[in-house]
Design a protein around this ligand. Sequence first.
Ligand code: KIV
Length: 275
Amino acid sequence: MSSTPENRPDPRKVTTSRLVEMKSRGEQIAALTAYDQIMASLLDAAGIDLILVGDSAAMVVQGLDTTVGVTMDHMLYHASLVSRGVNRALVVGDMPFMSFQVNPDEALRNAGRMVKESGVEAVKLEGGKVICRTVKRIVETGIPVMGHLGLTPQSIHKFGTYQVRATEEEEANEIRRDAQLLQEAGVFAIVLEKIPAELATEISGDLEVPVIGIGAGGGCDGQILVSHDMLGYYTEFHPRFVRRYAELADTMRGAFEHFVGDVKAREFPSVDESY
Ligand code: KIV
């Protein structure tokens, strides 16, 4: 659906408390990722509510096989570009693998760097019970935290596969418990990635904080996708939860080939394109 007067986004700045208000009045939260200023400003102008500077940068920008390799310095760089391009959306910086797992002090120091040095307004951490003490510490210091459960890509070497999580009751129960514990620890929202729709709907109904789904069905309080996936720009994977809104890789490949052909044939530049 395109923007109409009825569904046009509220022009006010999105804050963590406004996201909770949106949940309570049943307004869906629209979120996408960005890694640079130009993309971020396009998303902001389109009325996106939340922009995540995802550690997916490792895969869709750096071309790595997993998100594990991206560093704190890389994330600070991307996050500072994104923050500069945004007026309305809430900007969240993803904490990369091993920037928050060692202990709460180190996690707090890195979360503080993310906010102070890049200008993001919140951070996202993957994990459940094991990170709750860290989440509490960061939140108490005044930095809003978003949780992330289900298929948490930083644990890919433990999972061994990107397949749907929590199809067994034991893992589903663990996610139910972790979602409650994260809420108690003070997160303002939780991402649920690639879990059964029924489970995600149940957790969304049980929590007061918004649940943003990715591959978690239509019963969440909002949806997030990786922009490069939904644009058809990153085409290494195409899981069925990614709806492609464009086919940019094909368009770009065609444009590049066209340019090469024009140069070889001396058809570019024309007289009008010269001085
Ligand atoms: O890094 C990322 O892009 C993410 C989204 C998949 C939620 O964590």
